[in-house]
Write a new protein. Sequence first.
Length: 382
Amino acid sequence: NDKDDLFGSEEPTQPDLFDDDEDEEEGHLQGAIPVRTNSDHDRVPFNTPAVGCALDDTKTTALLNAAKESAQLKKSVGWVNGDKKAKEAASIEIPNYTRVGEGYSSYIIYTIQTTLGDSPKTTVQRRYNDFFVLHQLIVENYLPRGIIVPPVPEKNFMGTAKVRFGGSNENAQDQSLFIKRRQAALERYLIRLMAHNLISKDETLRRFLQEEDPPRPNPNASGIKGFMKSMETMVTKATARINEMDDWYEDKQNHILEMEETLKKILAVVDNIVADRRDLATKSASFSTTCLHLGEGEDNASLRRAITKLSELEQNLSGVHTEMANGDLFVFGETVKDYISIIQSAKAAFDERVKAFSLWESAQSTLAKKRDAKNKATLQGK
């Protein structure tokens, strides 16, 4: 079904990202997490069937699904409770934003309107840093269990600098475009969190959406402790190695790496197309202005009318090019970026498996050393 509204309320024909299949009773772990059993290893939980399906399909099918999802992602999402007998509806949107302050100290506040089930609509205001803290808290709770967490829009220091220091009209347009892209990305992030069968019930997420004060960061994850922990994680990822004995994991890891590389190439092409369309829009607008001035100085009435019509045509073409550029950027480009971020989240889940294996090896080594020490002490009669 074709939908004019990208976030229509109708049920999509393809499953949403991070949304569990309600009809699949068999293959759930603890009544909530779908699992895969087509491997030689133990049952592996996969809380994101859409990602799992994409990994099993060819790259072409995955990219087609990505394009379809961009026209099917909806603002009204649902999730299933533990007994699967009751469904609550959630509606989330970020309708507007407000700029606070000027210069270096300025920042953007996003207004979030949420309706959970039969509860009245709540409105809260959050900065981007609040979203980032929320994501850190959710990752701490779920990623160590191998659960793929929907990715938060990444930090963009260049975009933030333009918002704080931009002054010209061109910079003002860039500021508006950057803020609108982030606004839409943050809204999609919240929608995916609420579509997640487990995270949607998280108390931290509920407080973020309904309470005036946002959740505070974990003291152990901020400051010097947070920096040391992040450095430890980076070192572990760089040095930890695992001789993969399971073909299923190896195939999936290779597949997502190939998908990531392909999607990055597609994103580069889309960015070039958007840049070319914007350049065409700028040149058409400039040509339209030139024709308008030329027509004003023309004495022949019929020729003046023809030049004026040409100016109007070029102005309309400029608007068409701009509209097409925005469509390519917000519909296709942003969808590809989302899928790249999702793949990176899946890679983070695989990294947790490597980290667990590294910890297991370290524990084995420590245990062996202690046993050797005990045996030496026993032989010495201590």
